[in-house]
Design a protein around this ligand. Structure first.
Ligand SMILES: [Ca+2]
Length: 199
């Protein structure tokens, strides 16, 4: 657990479970809320989410206008805001990304988010419309595509997805979502509560 003495004393002086305090994870450049848990007077875990969420709107995220929205017709998983990629029934590609430095000292780095897929496609075997989750370097080059979802993942509610990004410790990367739709039959990808959690 890559804690500094400053973190330890901050934790020990407050409460057994604290959340929402702004601290800077060692090796990162911005203060963000962090959480920790104390058991038997010992700090047993410490974690921090490095990505900014959607509740402030399109702040911190890059991509096409309107992707991050609070339209009530496509509800968020939590709060009012979420990202909506594709969903037009016409050929298009929506990009959404945030750049983040994953500290070299992190023990683990896990990307998680909640995804809901609705579609007018009826196939049970062909992925016509896709949402790719990519890791790109700061120049935009694709390093990996840890997950791809499609119209085949349709469902009536949000489902939590997660993937291990610990291979990118010590790197500045773009967490990148690409929603691509073919020429007919809409598929909507709703993404919310994106978190990159390091411990
Ligand atoms: Ca389609």
């Amino acid at each position: 657990m890559p804690l500094t003495q400053r973190h330890f004393f901050s934790a020990a002086c407050i409460s057994p479970l604290a959340k929402g305090l702004n601290r800077r994870y060692p090796g990162t450049s911005a203060d963000r809320p962090f959480s920790f848990r104390i058991h038997n007077s010992k700090l047993v875990s410490f974690w921090q989410t490095l990505l900014a969420g959607f509740e402030s709107g399109a702040v911190s995220w890059n991509g096409g206008s309107g992707i991050i929205n609070n339209a009530t017709g496509t509800p968020a998983h939590s709060g009012s805001w979420k990202a909506k990629l594709a969903g037009t029934g016409a050929t298009r590609t929506d990009n959404l990304y945030q750049q983040v430095a994953i500290p070299a000292t992190a023990v683990s780095a896990t990307l998680s988010f909640w995804l809901q897929v609705t579609t007018a496609e009826t196939t049970t075997s062909r992925a016509y419309d896709t949402l790719r989750v990519q890791v790109r370097n700061s120049g935009g080059t694709i390093l990996a595509t840890p997950a791809t979802y499609s119209n085949l993942n349709k469902g009536s509610g949000y489902v939590q997805r997660s993937m291990d990004l610990s291979a990118y410790k010590g790197q500045t990367v773009q967490v990148f979502f690409v929603g691509a739709e073919d020429a007919s039959l809409q598929t909507t990808f709703l993404v919310d509560d994106v978190a990159l959690t390091v411990q």
